[in-house]
Design a protein around this ligand. Structure first.
Ligand code: HEC
Length: 296
């Protein structure tokens, strides 16, 4: 009969070993699934570059000149493939956006043909746009777009900035949600980088027909041909006409479209927090006054 204390010790020693092995295996699995551990793989997308956005942070505001330039890039380049269904012409004149004048908005709207109807004889017809119309989409439907784009579908751009993002990883994600540190411009960083991310594919990377090599796209393949090139859009305010500048301007414009009320949201937020701070101070002194006669 072995000493019971000995078996106990032996078995606890065994389970300790087993636990250590389990922990090591778990750590190994975590390391394998962690993106940074796989970063060496040539199919893994690169992390987007962090940009300086005028609309970032608690005091963030859109730069009107940038929004106007970005709109020009969207109108002349992106709108040939991407719709922006939530944007009406008149939105371009509202405060906090590119703030086009009433006449500019009316002229712009009138330069588009809008499908309307049915009329009294039951037919659909084209008429010049009005400020209350939304931007007409470039393709009649998704199937038509896919047929023209070798199967790829150019997504609607209305809220694309909100729908894209990336992981900034440890330790940045710990701070991203905190007031003062908060960072919400992941989608904008991603899109600005994507537009500049077309590179020569490495020799061992097979890019299928109708696709292009882009280091920021998942799997590094995208069905969008490089949309921007230096000098493609004319700026009349002297801003450099480079891919880098176009990419940042059009992304800022897309960020505004996805959240046209960002400025008023931030202003109200700041007002509410300041009020709460003052109110908390008042409450504190009121409490001191009320309890001053009570022995404690
Ligand atoms: C020739 C047509 C075409 C033009 C012009 C074009 N795009 Fe695209 N875009 C596409 C297609 C097609 C896709 C879908 C790609 C895919 O799913 O692989 C796409 C996808 C995208 C995406 C989404 C990528 C993702 O993460 O899924 C963004 C962002 C984008 N385009 C931005 C732009 C911007 C900004 C412009 C203007 C500067 C522009 N595109 C001009 C065809 C176009």
């Amino acid at each position: 009969m072995p000493d019971p204390r000995l078996t106990k010790n032996l078995s606890s020693g065994k389970s300790l070993l087993r636990r250590a092995a389990l922990a090591a295996a778990t750590l190994g699995l975590v390391a394998l699934s962690c993106p940074s551990a796989r970063a060496g793989s040539s199919h893994e997308e690169e992390k987007p570059e962090r940009q300086e956005w005028s609309f970032a942070g608690v005091m963030g505001r859109f730069d009107k000149a940038q929004l106007r330039r970005g709109f020009k890039v969207y109108k002349e380049v992106c709108s040939t493939c991407h719709s922006m269904k939530m944007l009406a012409f008149r939105n371009l004149g509202q405060p906090g956006g590119p703030e086009l004048s009433e006449k500019e908005v009316a002229d712009l709207a009138a330069s588009y043909k809008i499908k309307d109807g049915p009329n009294d004889s039951g037919e659909y017809f084209d008429r010049p746009g009005r400020p209350s119309d939304r931007f007409p989409p470039p393709f009649a439907n998704e199937q038509a777009a896919r047929a023209a784009m070798s199967g790829a579908y150019p997504p609607d751009m209305s809220v694309l900035v909100k729908a894209r993002g990336y992981h900034r990883g440890f330790p940045a994600f710990l701070f991203d949600g905190l007031p003062g540190f908060s960072y919400q411009e992941h989608g904008a960083d991603y899109i600005a980088s994507l537009l500049k991310g077309y590179k020569e594919a490495p020799a061992d990377f097979k890019v299928p027909d109708g696709q292009y090599y882009n280091v920021y796209m998942i799997g590094r393949r995208i069905g969008m041909p490089p949309p921007l090139s230096d000098g493609a859009v004319t700026y009349d305010d002297g801003t450099p006409q480079t891919v880098d500048q176009y990419a940042r301007d059009v992304t800022a414009f897309m960020a505004w479209v996805s959240e046209p009320s960002l400025e008023s949201r931030k202003k109200i937020g700041l007002g509410v927090i300041s009020f709460l701070i003052v109110f908390a101070g008042l409450l504190y002194f009121t409490k001191r006054k009320i309890w001053s006669d009570v022995a404690h």
